[in-house]
Design a protein around this ligand. Structure first.
Ligand SMILES: [Zn+2]
Length: 71
């Protein structure tokens, strides 16, 4: 098994278990996916600024949410 197919989690190397890799991959998928703003309902306008902090560029609102999901 090469590291190419692992994508962004390849950098974690082999000392991490497969389960953790899957979990990290899931989190990164969620982080990179587009989220709908709970204020203006703009789809894909929400970006994660920090853990639990989200920003909507459409309505210029910063709000708190869950660590990996805005709602
Ligand atoms: Zn918004």
């Amino acid at each position: 098994m090469g590291t190419k197919k692992l994508g962004s989690v390849g950098r974690f190397g082999t000392r991490y278990g497969r389960k953790l890799k899957d979990k990290v991959l899931d989190i990164e998928k969620i982080q990179k996916s587009k989220h709908t703003c709970p204020h203006c309902k703009k789809k894909g306008g929400v970006k994660r600024v920090a853990s639990g902090i989200w920003y909507c560029k459409k309505c210029n609102t910063k709000f708190t949410g869950k660590a990996y999901k805005p709602e």
